[in-house]
Ligand binder design. Structure first.
Ligand code: A2P
Length: 268
């Protein structure tokens, strides 16, 4: 390959990759997602997050974002809220294909399959943009090797906020993952402020056994269930109380447990 045909210089700083925006999807006036190029040197595990942002006045402005794409995918995908006066999201929501975004070089986080003890059903409970790390995990083949069933439970205010609903519902027909996912991935979205097939917050749906009844399973328990949580602080706190009340112990990067949690980060 001649020097002129080489890929455009990425010129990353020591701490960031500079990547090119490929497409942007605006789900609602509060929610958008985007895809960008991925440097092959950027390696991460499903469920992790990194610092993402923009150069503003010559300085990097960054927030924690979970990778929504799976580690095997060539491009990166992120899900974000839009806050009108948020320092980063008020700008980031205006990106268009061709723009540059900064990707921190060090992915981290606790929503890792390795942080859970073996079990039968993996429950991924999230609210709002807390869906992002689970978009990655539900496309991670390892999740289906380790668990008999992977349940994604996303709660939002309005139906329009059920981002990636088509993608999730289409996974059983996916050309690469379909065979692995079919019959194992269950999508149980819930809406709290509009009529929908499933209504209400996750803790109430668990307490009433609505979700486990739908699947013909016994009530959620540490015997067979493993749980990942990603949502607002109030959601995480309520779910933690509920799970610990049932005997679940929290896992970490040092010791696996029956559940793990991470805050859905971006608030500004
Ligand atoms: P609700 O409509 O009853 O407040 P938000 O858009 O504010 O981040 O909320 C996303 C979803 O999380 C909403 O459906 C909201 O329900 C739900 N939610 C908010 N707080 C909690 C909580 N403490 N436990 C469970 N779900 C919650």
């Amino acid at each position: 390959m001649s020097a002129t045909a080489a890929p455009a210089a990425r010129a990353p700083s020591a701490a960031f990759f500079s990547e090119t925006v490929l497409d942007v999807r605006h789900w609602t006036d509060r929610l958008f997602s985007f895809r960008c190029t991925r440097d092959p040197a950027f390696r991460f595990a499903a469920g992790q997050f990194a610092m993402i942002g923009l150069m503003v006045d010559g300085k990097p402005l960054l927030r924690a974002y979970s990778m929504g794409s799976a580690p095997w995918q060539e491009e990166l995908e992120f899900l974000s809220i839009k806050v009108p006066d948020g320092p980063l999201t008020s700008r980031l929501q205006n990106i268009v294909p061709g723009d540059q975004v900064l990707i921190g070089r060090k992915p981290v986080g606790t929503l890792l399959l390795d942080n859970l003890r073996p079990g039968r059903t993996l429950w991924l409970f999230c609210t709002g943009t807390g869906l992002a790390p689970f978009l990655s995990l539900m496309r991670e083949p390892e999740a289906y090797d380790r668990f008999e069933r992977v349940v994604i439970q996303h709660t939002v205010r309005d139906v329009a906020e059920l981002a990636f609903r088509d993608m999730i519902e289409g996974l059983p027909e996916h050309e690469v993952l379909g065979e692995l996912v079919a019959g194992k991935l269950v999508y149980l979205p819930s809406v709290t402020r509009q009529p929908f097939v499933r209504q209400g917050r996750a803790p109430a749906l668990i307490e009433s056994n609505r979700l486990t009844d739908e699947l013909g399973l016994p009530a959620l328990s540490p015997a067979e269930d493993r749980v990942m949580l990603c949502g607002s602080e109030a959601f995480n706190a309520d779910m933690k109380t509920l799970l610990e009340g049932r005997g679940f112990t929290e896992g970490s990067n040092h010791a696996p447990g029956e559940y793990v949690l991470e805050k859905a980060f971006v608030e500004k």
